[in-house]
Design a protein around this ligand. Structure first.
Ligand SMILES: Nc1ncnc2c1ncn2[C@@H]1O[C@H](COP(=O)(O)OP(=O)(O)OP(=O)(O)O)[C@@H](O)[C@H]1O
Ligand SMILES: O=C(O)[C@H](O)COP(=O)(O)O
Length: 399
C-alpha cells in the first residue's frame, strides 16, 4: 500500500512551499519546557530535505487536548526554541493557524525559511474534520506533506481531510520509516509474538487489546490498566486506577483470549503507596490484595522476573505503556526491567517495536533507545496500525 504513496524523496521542492503536518504533541513540564524532544527531532530530516531542495516549510501540529479555544499551556510557541536548536536556524511563529497573519507570514516565506503555526486544536473544526477549515489551511502551501505518524489514526482536518485540496501530496521520511518498521511486525511476525501493554489510558487501549488478540501469542498487562483486570477477577485494588465500567468487558476479553489460546499475563505483585507521591509511605502487595487506603504504582519484583522471562523468550515484541509511574524514582523499576529485557531479547536477535509518548520517553531516559529495534513516535497510531487498519492520515495520501 505504501508503495502507491509518494514520498518527499520523489519530489523536488525548489521554489515550493511545503505545508507539513507534524506531530509536535510533546510532553511539557510545569514551566512549559519540552521534556522529551523525540518527536521534534524525528521531523527534522523531512524539513531539511525540503530546505535543501530550495523550498520553504510551514509546519502545523496539535499539542495536548485543549477543549475550549486558545490556552497558553497548549501553545506551540513552547516548542519553537527546541526546533530552532535542532534545525540550527530561526523559526518564525504564526500566533494563529489560519487568518490574515498566518496567510501573510506564509506568503512572505523565502526559500530556506521555516514557519510554525499555532496549535490546530485551538479550533474545534480540526478534530471535527471540518472541510472549510482544512481548505483554509491548504491555502498556506503548494505541496502537502504528512509526517505526523503519531496522529495518523485521527481523521482530523489536517490529517485526513486537507489532502484532497492538493495536487501533490506525500509522506515525510518519518511516516515512511514508521510504516516500514511496523510492517515488519504486521506482515509475518516471528513467533512467539508478545505484546506488552501498560500506561494510564485504559479506555483508549482496551478495545485495541481485543484486536491484538487476533495477532499475538502472549499479552502482558502491566501499569495502571492492570488494576481493572485485577478487580474484574475479584481482587481488591484499594485506590489504584480503575475503570469500573470496563470490568465486564475485561472478563469477556480474558475469556476470548483463552478461547484463542492467547496467554494474558497479569502482575503477580505490586508496589503500593499511600499517596501519588514519590516520598509517600510505600509497601508491596500481592496483586489483587491491595488494602484500602493504598494504591498500586508499579509492578513488584516477582512480576518483573516473570515479565522479563516471557519477553526474553519472544521473537517479536510490541510494547506500549509504562509499567508504573516511571516519572517518580520510587516507581520506575518495573518499566526499567521491561526495557532491559526487551534490549536483551533484541540483542539475541528478536525484533522489538516500542510505541507511545511515555514509553518512548522512558526507553530513552533509561538509555535503551539504541538497544531496541525501533522506537516509534506513535502511541495510539502505532497500535491501530498494528491491528491491520489503514490509518486515515495514510489513506488520505493514496492518489
Ligand atoms: N499504576 C499506575 N498508576 C497511575 N499511573 C500510572 C500507573 N502506571 C503507569 N502510569 C502512568 O501512565 C502514564 C503513561 O500512560 P499512557 O497510556 O499515556 O502511555 P504512553 O506510552 O504515553 O502511550 P500513548 O502515547 O499510546 O498514550 C505515565 O505518565 C505513567 O506515570
Ligand atoms: O500523542 C498522540 O498519541 C498523538 O499526538 C495524538 O494525540 P491525541 O491522542 O490527543 O489525539
Amino acid at each position: 500500500m505504501t508503495n502507491r504513496i509518494k514520498s518527499v524523496d520523489n519530489l523536488d521542492f525548489k521554489g515550493k512551499k511545503a505545508l507539513i503536518r507534524v506531530d509536535f504533541n510533546v510532553p511539557l513540564d510545569e514551566h512549559q519546557n519540552v521534556t522529551d524532544d523525540t518527536r521534534i527531532r524525528a521531523a527534522v530530516p523531512t524539513i531539511e530535505k525540503i530546505l535543501k531542495d530550495g523550498g520553504s516549510v510551514i509546519l502545523m501540529s496539535h499539542l495536548g487536548r485543549p477543549k475550549d479555544g486558545p490556552v497558553d499551556k497548549y501553545s506551540l510557541r513552547h516548542v519553537v526554541s527546541n526546533l530552532q536548536k535542532l534545525l540550527g536556524k530561526p523559526v518564525k511563529f504564526a500566533p494563529d493557524c489560519i487568518g490574515d497573519e498566518a496567510k501573510n507570514l506564509s506568503a512572505g516565506l523565502q526559500p530556506g525559511e521555516v514557519l510554525l503555526l499555532e496549535n490546530l486544536r485551538f479550533y474545534k473544526e480540526e478534530e471535527k474534520g471540518d472541510e472549510g477549515f482544512a481548505e483554509k489551511l491548504s491555502k498556506l502551501g503548494d505541496i502537502y506533506v504528512n509526517d505526523a505518524f503519531g496522529t495518523a489514526h485521527r481523521a482530523h482536518a489536517s490529517t485526513a481531510v486537507i489532502a484532497k485540496f492538493f495536487n501533490t501530496k506525500a509522506t515525510g521520511y518519518l511516516m515512511l520509516s514508521e510504516l516500514e518498521n511496523a510492517d515488519k511486525v504486521l506482515e509475518k511476525p516471528e513467533r512467539p509474538y508478545t505484546a506488552i501493554m501498560g500506561g494510564a489510558k485504559i479506555s483508549d487501549k482496551i478495545l485495541i487489546i481485543e484486536r491484538l488478540l487476533e495477532k499475538v501469542d502472549n499479552l502482558i498487562i502491566g501499569g495502571g490498566m492492570s488494576y481493572t483486570f485485577s478487580k474484574a477477577k475479584g481482587g481488591t485494588i484499594g485506590d489504584s486506577l480503575c475503570e469500573e465500567d470496563k470490568l465486564d468487558y475485561v472478563l469477556e476479553l480474558m475469556k476470548k483470549a483463552e478461547e484463542k489460546g492467547v496467554k494474558i499475563i497479569l502482575p503477580l505483585d505490586t508496589v503500593i503507596s499511600k499517596a501519588f507521591a514519590n516520598d509517600a509511605e510505600q509497601g508491596l502487595a500481592i496483586a489483587g490484595q491491595i488494602p484500602d487506603g493504598w494504591m498500586g504504582l508499579d509492578i513488584g519484583p516477582e512480576t518483573r522476573k516473570l515479565f522479563a522471562e516471557i519477553i526474553k523468550s519472544s521473537k517479536t515484541i510490541l510494547w506500549n505503556g509504562p509499567m508504573g509511574v516511571f516519572e517518580m524514582s520510587s516507581f520506575l523499576h518495573g518499566t526499567v526491567a521491561v526495557a532491559e529485557a526487551i534490549a536483551e531479547a533484541t540483542q539475541a536477535g528478536s525484533f522489538s517495536l516500542i510505541g507511545g509518548g511515555d514509553s518512548a520517553a522512558a526507553v530513552n531516559k533509561f538509555g535503551f533507545g539504541d538497544k531496541v529495534s525501533y522506537v516509534s513516535t506513535g502511541g495510539g497510531a502505532l497500535l491501530e496500525h498494528m491491528e491491520g487498519k489503514v490509518l486515515p492520515g495514510v489513506a488520505a495520501l493514496i492518489p
